[in-house]
Design a protein around this ligand. Structure first.
Ligand code: IDP
Ligand code: MG
Length: 151
């Protein structure tokens, strides 16, 4: 499997609860490389593009309110199998079902406040990264540890 890039949003509840460092730390310690990061207030327009696939669902209005309610930290993480690795570290959508050891399984209690977004496929990752970052904001670089993380 080649290198992948995936979009992570550290959602408003994570920032409000002071969990930003804890969450980034878990992803970084997994071995993933941060290739982009910014803090931003998500506009309702950007929120509706990002969550377009959920339009019409009962939770949609609340979801847009939630993601636009307070600043977020948006990251692009890179690594071999990064998309699935991050999803696994994030845990199931409903924290009631998220395994202990996952971000949601350790730090969250319900779906509407589940702390973090992560892309779910190569197709959605490509769209989501482009929704939040310009190409010039994505940094390609080598780390001295890369060969100790991937063979
Ligand atoms: P994911 O974030 O695990 O990929 P999705 O099914 O793509 O989950 O849903 C996107 C986001 O919408 C969830 O992370 C959560 O914030 C919110 N959401 C999904 N289902 C519900 C629900 O039933 N009630 C409240 N919020 C929901
Ligand atoms: Mg999703």
């Amino acid at each position: 499997m080649s290198q992948e890039r995936t979009l992570v949003i550290v959602k408003p509840d994570s920032i409000q609860r002071g969990l930003t460092g804890e969450i980034i730390s878990r992803l970084e310690q997994r071995g993933l490389k941060i290739v982009a990061a910014k803090m931003m207030q998500v506009s309702r327009d950007l929120a509706s593009r990002h969550y377009a696939m959920h339009e019409g669902k009962p939770f949609y209005a609340g979801l847009i309110d939630y993601i636009a309610s307070s600043p977020v930290l948006v990251l692009v993480l890179e690594g071999k199998n990064a998309i699935q690795l991050v999803r696994n570290t994030v845990g199931a959508t409903n924290p009631v079902n998220s395994a202990p050891g996952t971000i949601r399984g350790d730090l969250a209690v319900e779906t509407g406040r589940n702390l973090i977004h992560a892309s779910d496929s190569p197709e959605s990752a490509a769209i989501e990264v482009a929704n939040f970052f310009k190409d010039a904001e994505l940094h390609s670089y080598e780390r001295a540890t890369d060969r100790w993380i991937s063979e």
